[in-house]
Design a protein around this ligand. Structure first.
Ligand SMILES: C[S@@+](CC[C@H](N)C(=O)[O-])C[C@H]1O[C@@H](n2cnc3c(N)ncnc32)[C@H](O)[C@@H]1O
Length: 318
């Protein structure tokens, strides 16, 4: 499937349904109640499916992992306004320990939701989610990948999985994980017990400070839906600067054209919108057109699973 005009769910953008949902979310007591109940259901469902949600948090707290934040935090980093808003029902968004301790379990839960009828174990669902992305990426990697960058790496699940996959084709690959949350990066570093990742970098993806033309592959997995389109555009621009000629930008995220996403039950899409502040912007943003306009070529879109798409693009050779 190649780039065509965007098609969004009826619950996103300016449509009547979207406006009703937005009004509902702004009704604070109702939203607070919905949020609390949804969270309880989320944790209970995860634990019933073999994801030790509360135990994982307790383990990170007991190990005092938070004390390691100084190893990754860059005090010079400033946070854009769009980032300092509640996300995923955490008042402090990605900038708090609760979000960081729960991110691993939330990532495993997300993969399980893709194939609800397949009775997959959490790791099997996670592997399937990532390998469907790697599969469509493979034909783009015509040269050995010496340096890869995972933008918005969170607690490092996307980074480590990408690194292991790349190692099979390029054993000497160096992979960097970059995120704006020092809390997430602290957990990522703690999970990387064998120090396989070259660097866990605390930076804003729109101004990384990394040298130009230093990566063969840049991935951005499940990040774009957390960004207003202006920030997404700035990040695509920075990625173009960071890529070597012929290098690949690989984006994975929710697929606005997916029938599953388009027909989400009202309670679910209301909750999704209420916990993803830039969701309307994401679902109405023609990413393929923006990327092509910025200067990438060979822009293609692929349905990778029932909910997600990958958008791939290449930096011109010259
Ligand atoms: C849903 S998580 C991504 C998860 C991870 N890539 C994966 O696939 O499992 C989105 C991440 O993007 C990060 N992020 C959002 N805006 C960013 C920015 N401007 N620069 C760097 N990281 C950003 C957030 O801190 C968060 O950790």
């Amino acid at each position: 499937m190649t780039a065509t005009s965007p098609q969004k769910p009826a619950w996103a953008g300016d449509d009547f349904l979207s406006q009703v949902v937005n009004r509902l979310i702004q009704t604070k007591p109702l939203y607070a109640l919905m949020k609390r109940q949804a969270r309880q259901v989320l944790i209970k469902t995860a634990e019933q499916n073999g994801i030790p949600w509360r135990q994982t948090c307790a383990d990170y707290a007991a190990a005092n992992v938070a004390a390691q934040i100084d190893q990754v935090q860059n005090p010079q980093v400033t946070y854009p306004d769009y980032y300092q808003v509640p996300f995923h029902a955490y008042d402090a968004g990605n900038l708090c320990w609760q979000a960081a301790f729960e991110a691993e379990s939330a990532t495993y839960s997300m993969a399980l939701r893709v194939w609800p009828n397949d009775s997959l174990a959490p790791q099997a669902a996670q592997d399937r989610l990532r390998s469907s992305f790697h599969e469509v990426l493979e034909p783009y990697l015509t040269q050995p990948v010496e340096n890869a960058l995972d933008i918005g790496c969170s607690v490092g699940i996307s980074t480590m999985t990408l690194h292991h996959w790349l190692q099979q084709r390029s054993p000497a690959v160096h992979t960097t994980g970059l995120d704006l949350s020092p809390h997430m990066l602290t957990i990522a570093q703690a999970r990387d017990a064998q120090h396989e990742i070259t660097q866990w970098l605390h930076a804003a993806a729109e101004a990384t400070g990394l040298p130009a033309a230093s990566f063969d592959l840049i991935s951005m997995q499940f990040v774009t839906h957390e960004l207003p389109r202006t920030a997404a555009r700035d990040i695509f621009q920075e990625a173009l600067r960071l890529l070597r000629p012929g290098g690949t930008l690989a984006i994975a995220d929710n697929n606005p054209k997916s029938p599953v996403i388009q027909s989400l039950p009202p309670v679910i899409f209301t909750l999704m919108k209420s916990t993803e502040p830039w969701s309307d912007d994401y679902y109405t943003f023609d990413i393929e057109a923006a990327i092509a306009e910025i200067g990438y070529e060979r822009v293609t879109t692929h349905e990778t699973d029932p909910r997600h798409r990958a958008i791939l693009a290449q930096k011109p050779e010259s």
